[in-house]
Design a protein around this ligand. Sequence first.
Ligand code: TXA
Ligand code: MG
Length: 319
Amino acid sequence: MAEIGTDILKAKNLLEEGELVAIPTETVYGLAGNALNASAVAKIFTVKGRPQFDPLIVHVPNVNAVHEYVTDIPEKAYALAQKFWPGPLTLLLEKKSIMPDLVTAGLETVGIRCPDHPLTQDLLKILSFPLAAPSANPFGYVSPTTPQHVNDQLGNKIKYILDGGKCEVGIESTIVGMEDGEPVVYRMGGLSIEDIEAVMGKVRIQTHSSSNPRSPGQLESHYAPAKKVFVGKIEELLLEYPAHHVGLLTFQNDFNTPNQYILSPSGTLEEAAQNLFEALRAFDKMDVDVVFAELVPDVGIGRAINDRLKRAAATADRW
Ligand code: TXA
Ligand code: MG
């Protein structure tokens, strides 16, 4: 198992040696390596079991650091960075050649974000390179939101997990690209569409693409737990599939059964987002065959929660 601790100098030394370290962010834990070192980046793909056509997000300490890695920051992208960094926003920008092609899977754009977590901020500030970091889970599985989640799945493949506690947002960053100078949302995430639109006006959302997705996080079956998930009204699902071992994933409803997970007893979407991936992992350990999940109110971060629930359910077709 990996060591779990808060020693950023230890993390720094490992990263400088080209090793990988799991890092906390406000969204989910990342599996980090030196973005400018192609062999460290190659390790990320190996440890995650990730296909090399799926590009990585690069983490920087602040917006000024971005200029070293991209040719240009379009005006509206800059405005978004100014407003929402550090925070759960990834911007796709045209890369300079210093950024290895392996990081971007040969694409001309690189995904960049400035994470809002004090420990990782401190780490990024003492490093002389940015950190490439996908979510610290095996490819296709649910993202980790605690150090223990990382240790459970990747603990035998990495040496150190930087412990930043439970992730405050709990859902991955919102990915925004630029087309003709206008922002386009490719992945719903921790930054809500409403927040973006308050600054930009109406934005285009393109979160579905079955073939050749611009952002493979768009693949329909992704973010999937091991158990089969069905999404809908719980009462109806219970009638439709009278299975014996059922787990219930609800927003606020209490069905008074032991195999249930209530995302937010107090009914807040922020709390539901924080608990979502923990909940999906919990069912994998429960004695249930299937999970029936209800959608949450489709506003704010609720839209990203519903997006992940539907993608978790999409895998059910493959079984
Ligand atoms: O919140 C997050 O974004 C977390 C934390 C660790 O920062 N990271 C994360 O990374 O979710 P990952 O690799 O699990 O998901 C990144 C998504 C992938 O679906 C990838 O295809 C897409 O971003 N992506 C990265 N660079 C891209 C690019 N240049 N063009 C299109 N999509 C890109
Ligand atoms: Mg991921």
